[in-house]
Design a protein. Sequence first.
Length: 184
Amino acid sequence: MKKIIILTLLLATFAQAQTFTIDTPHTIHWQGKAALGGYAPEGTLETASASITVSNNIIENLIVTIDMNTLEQENTQLRDHLRDKDFFHIEKYPTATFQLTQPAEIKNRKALLTGEMNIRGVTHNESLKATLDLSDDQIQLSFEHIMDRTQYGIIYNSPSFFKRLKDQAIADDFILKGRLIFGK
């Protein structure tokens, strides 16, 4: 009975549209990989801003902006290369964004977030599976998503574009994952 009352209260709380934001940077983790072998460098990025609007267990709006100047990796030579024109060209494109393009229903704490990702000035549709924890004063959104860098014009050492790279080939796919905590 307690579970039903709590669920009813949560549903009533989210019956009206409520907007939650992120005011301090949150870390997002990335992982790339070599096309051959086990080399899989990892690093981080930070959010610049983010907001989410929820009503009746429907995510009506979501926008997340990433500060590409925060791209980090423990190997400074690799970090600098990822920041230059071969990869993310952050001097010219200092932010990346994800914006929801259609409402997403939250069922059993899960939602499929369909929207436009913009990286390096190139916009592509992405659908991310997310887990959400809702309370009166915050929303926690967790995700792990595989993306194809070549769809954003990042073709450096891509085996899809350059056939004779052998051990210099870098896989097209990379992983983004994180937990964003939105507050009122």
